[in-house]
Design a protein around this ligand. Sequence first.
Ligand code: COI
Length: 357
Amino acid sequence: MTTSNEIAIKHTHQSQLSKVDFNNLDFGKYISDHMVVANYAHSSWSQPEIVPYGDLLMSPAMLSLHYGQSIFEGMKAFKMKDGNISIFRLKKHHTRMNKSLARMCMPEIIESMFIEALRTLIELDHRWVPSNEGASLYIRPIVFASEARLGVKVSDLYKFIIMTTPVGPYFSKPYRLKVEDHYVRTAEGGTGFAKCAGNYGGAFYPTQVAKEEGFDQVLWTDHKDHQYIDEVGMMNVMFVINGKLITPSLNTAILDGVTRDSILTLAKEMNFPTEERRIKLEELEKGFKDGSITEAFGAGTAAVVAPIQSIRIHGIDYTIPLPDSNSFQLKVKKQLMDIRTGEAEDKHQWNYIVKTK
Ligand code: COI
């Protein structure tokens, strides 16, 4: 056992790093050697510790399993050209995590504890950060109710864990969508803006139906009358219409995506006009027919920028041109990557640097 600035570290005896095929990184296949663990009891969080990644002993009566008090985040760390590591927009992810926790009646985690624990973990497992192009270390913080008690209640005990996994690009090719006009992901006033586990579990069935019909993902619409676009699969959605970047404005049903926010900021810097507003299905149908929609893509931490190949709306499949070197989505993706790796200036201090030497 060693300590780093008050964080106790129990080192693994057997690193799994040599088993990783860095040229074939299926999302989440390999979990890095160590994880952060902290426990909440008597209304306060314990000091986080770092321990070897492994199974936990848990009660089957644990409240998160029954009533769903469970949230997560998804962030990324990148190898920079100087050999250091950048964690992208750590503070924004932390703020969003606390919003998810508050929505689910779960205790917030103070920023200094989150940052110190994560920094120590990344420093320790720095060799797990891939250096091949397009690859990164995906960081998965989770918090879940751990009290064993079957009564329907807000838990008094919680566990906070951060684990990491080296990943390559999430989608290997442009994907086909179907507008979902029967099921909903979430309704306004619900938990759509939060990264709670139930949002994802509830999306599985409609997505599975869409896959059986030959699609890759669904394009979620509003819960009232399925007229307006919300999100795509597990990402925000963006269109280039008449040379303008347009994305649905945020509401309580839509995740405040960090990649969404970064792309909007970069678009403005690139003098590319942007609009955040409601997007009606009719507008998309018209735009596909008259050719004014030139790009459609998903934006999310895991996928970064994921080009959409086609969208089925009211029984018609509309095909979207594949991105080329002039496309906004590829230019902005490169700009994002250049900032993360230190090739471009980090004007907004989005990178949290972890020194490796
Ligand atoms: C992310 O992009 O971080 C997500 O939340 C998607 C994830 C469920 C793989």
